[in-house]
Design a protein around this ligand. Sequence first.
Ligand code: ADP
Length: 259
Amino acid sequence: MSKRIDITDLDIYYGSFQAVADVTMTIEERSVTAFIGPSGCGKSTFLRTLNRMHEVIPGGRVDGEVTIDGKNLYGKGVDPVDVRREVGMVFQRPNPFPTMSIKENVLAGVKLNSQRISSKAGNELLERSLRSANLWEEVKDRLDKPGSGLSGGQQQRLCIARAIAVQPEVILMDEPCSALDPISTLAIEDLINELKEEYTVVIVTHNMQQAARVSDRTGFFNLEATGKPGKLVEMDDTTRIFNNPSQKATEDYISGRFG
Ligand code: ADP
């Protein structure tokens, strides 16, 4: 299921403003890749180019190539809707559909993608997705209750279940714990660790300890000055980035000497 992603010479723009310049990297399959770096260096922007979410912003465009197992996401004739099914996304604030039940939330993407499924298959997919998101035991007796009635941490796991239900290859997470308490954060971190058995996981985090705890590989982005594009300074095994980075800028950032 899981696939590797190759990014080559990627430039990202908002209108005439270039937010990110010249990123080349490989994201390994069945692993967790974290992006760290100071606020505004383009981590979230870059993440959104991996499932063609960047271009929904007016003026949003990219130059360069992103391939998943060799297939160019930006190739002619590629439907962004298919890309977003293959590459799911979880956001900073849990965003369950407020009027939908827990069950409807999990199956929402499946229905949107107009894969018509029987009620038996739907129930199986519901349970499987909630189990994969470590939420089944907590909600199995109230599947028809509103998703918005869950705690913040449960809502975020519900959103992860919703992302998993459409059977993506890749799961992108943009600061998935920043709105959560420490206990819920640990639950999500445990879950991320399990998800990499099956999926390619990419996470943006402002929390360096979190990157160190959950990721196998880390990319450090930096910004030379305000108004300049963010760049990938280096990418390596997480233990190496945190213990023995090759760039001084990385060392300054991870040791807190930044800015
Ligand atoms: P990070 O995730 O590292 O904090 P972002 O990707 O959010 O950085 O932002 C990178 C740059 O792009 C910043 O200069 C930011 O102001 C700009 N930016 C982000 N979103 C938009 C947008 N919708 N329109 C214009 N500029 C944006």
